[in-house]
Design a protein around this ligand. Sequence first.
Ligand SMILES: [Zn+2]
Length: 241
Amino acid sequence: MAKKKLPKYPLVWQKDDFFIKIFCSIPNIATGILLTTDKSIFVIDPGDGILRDLNKELDKEKILSISDIFISHGHHDHVGGVWSLLTYMSVMSRTKPLNIYFPKGSLEIPSIYKAFLSVYKKEVNFEIALIEIEENHKSFRKKNVTIKPFKVVHKEPSHDSLPPAEVPSLGFKFTYDKKSICYGGDTAYCENLVNNVKGSDLAIIEAGAEDESESDLHLTIEQAEEIGSSAKEYFLVHVPE
Ligand SMILES: [Zn+2]
């Protein structure tokens, strides 16, 4: 097995005004990613700590201008910061609508949203659109970015000696100004990931398997490097610490 090299966060990539910053991506702890272009500010997988990290990076007006949040799947290390982000936006009197995209069948986002509204309904002055993404969802455009969601294969261990159960999970490919960034979310080896990474300007690939025995849950470092090397550049993330 290849020697484990831990990513040094934050990881940053920029081509002109296409910018991505991975604040962190640590399995079972937190993920947090900011993606910007000249006209758009997106957040991907806002795990715990996202508000603290965004606050270091952006001023208040910019945080309130985040238009779209993309969720790869509902595990806590990918959605743990949603509550604080929504609350901050409400307390700071946001008025612009906000879109949250998440895989169809994922329970976490609708549950957080429902709980959030049950507490803050009277104070919230902005619209929140929850957008379920189906497995074969078409590409769509937001601001000046094309987003292509694609299904990946991510499972969670079962606690009752049943086989691991599949979790609704997506990767996203973002294309702007003829450059593309492919984020695979959490996934085991799958053709969809391989095909979408190929030729991307940047691939962000999880390498979350502790060892070969977890390769139906996550990618091993070898698999992640092999897939990543078909992109022009790649980052390995979600490496167990
Ligand atoms: Zn996960």
